[in-house]
Design a protein. Structure first.
Length: 105
């Protein structure tokens, strides 16, 4: 089965915020790599592409059988995408956070 993966408005905003955060962190660094923000977003999108054929292969979150989280590694950290399988053909990304962030469930 193949799933269409859609981003909620909040998830799309999260992706922009993560890009901005990574870019500003690198701009403030003495050895900043300005392409790191693009690489981080690309890693997140590549990780999320895994859901197209394998939406039920991730870890469950909470009591719902259809709410899961996907961990995408990046360098020595990672990102977590919270998503829901809403029907037999659609996955909606509800939020994306840095792995060390808390309180997005």
């Amino acid at each position: 089965m193949t799933y269409q993966v859609l981003f909620s408005k909040a998830a799309a905003e999260n992706l922009e915020q993560l890009f901005d955060f990574a870019l500003h962190r690198e701009l403030d660094s003495t050895t900043g790599e300005l392409k790191i923000a693009e690489k981080a977003v690309r890693a997140i999108k590549n990780g999320i592409a895994f859901l197209t054929p394998s939406a039920f292969a991730c870890r469950k979150v909470g009591a719902s059988a259809c709410v899961d989280e996907l961990i995408t590694p990046f360098v020595h950290i990672g990102y977590v995408a919270l998503f829901e399988v809403v029907d037999n053909s659609t996955v909606i990304i509800g939020g994306i956070r840095h792995q060390r962030e808390a309180d997005y469930h």
